[in-house]
Design a binder for this molecule. Structure first.
Ligand code: GRF
Length: 203
């Protein structure tokens, strides 16, 4: 399978995916990394690994629809079987999400359905949650609301700050995302209407 990753930031998850897909037995390969931000360090990481990169700069488009159409056109050039969001900080239009339904995955830094949207670490701390974590889910029209495939937990300690918690969560993400992508590439995970099949069984 051909994997395409979209990222906006530092790209530590992109790095984890690059490292995992380089393993000889990994069932898929990253064909490109794209970003909406020309300076995203994620692009640097991809270039270092000899992976093609592209930028669709959202500041150059006057509507979300126009941006998404341009992004979609760029993605289509690579004909991906798997489309991964890894810290991609743009909300996608319903048309975009529908176009890639079933192959579009995201990693979100909370134990969904808790804390959709931004500032998840801060919110978990403020709520006094003893555990926090990360979720890999299929992307559907509902923001951070698609069926969850897998989660990893971290313990929250009294000393934690949003920054320390983010770091702990990322360490788990770097393990979890490659595992889920491996399963997906092996054909083990499928999105149904609003449910997931794992090895053909309802998850
Ligand atoms: C991750 O925590 C991910 O869950 C969230 O954004 C962060 C991206 O970090 N969506 P990085 O750019 O992969 O380091």
């Amino acid at each position: 399978p051909r994997i395409l990753v979209l990222a906006s930031g530092s790209g530590t998850n992109v790095q984890a995916l690059i490292d995992a897909t380089r393993e000889r037995d990994f069932p898929g390969r990253i064909v490109a990394v794209g970003s909406n931000r020309p300076k995203a360090f994620a692009l640097e990481r991809a270039a270092q690994a000899n992976i093609e990169t592209f930028v669709v700069d959202h500041t150059q488009y006057d509507s979300r629809e126009a941006f998404d159409a341009a992004l979609m056109a760029e993605i289509r050039r690579y004909n991906p079987d798997v489309l991964l969001l890894a810290g991609f900080m743009r909300i996608l239009t319903d048309d975009f999400v529908r176009a890639f339904r079933g192959i579009l995955l995201n990693i979100h830094p909370s134990l969904l359905p808790k804390y959709t949207g931004l500032n998840t670490h801060q919110r978990a701390l403020e709520a006094g949650d003893p555990v926090h974590g990360t979720s890999v889910h299929f992307v559907t029209e509902e923001l951070d609301g698609g069926p969850v495939i897998a989660q990893a937990e971290v313990k929250v300690s009294l000393e934690d700050t949003p920054e320390s918690l983010a770091e702990k969560v990322k360490a788990k993400e770097h393990i979890l995302y490659p595992i889920v992508v491996r399963w997906f590439c092996e054909g083990r995970i499928q999105l149904g209407s609003d449910y997931i099949l794992f090895d053909g069984e309802l998850l």
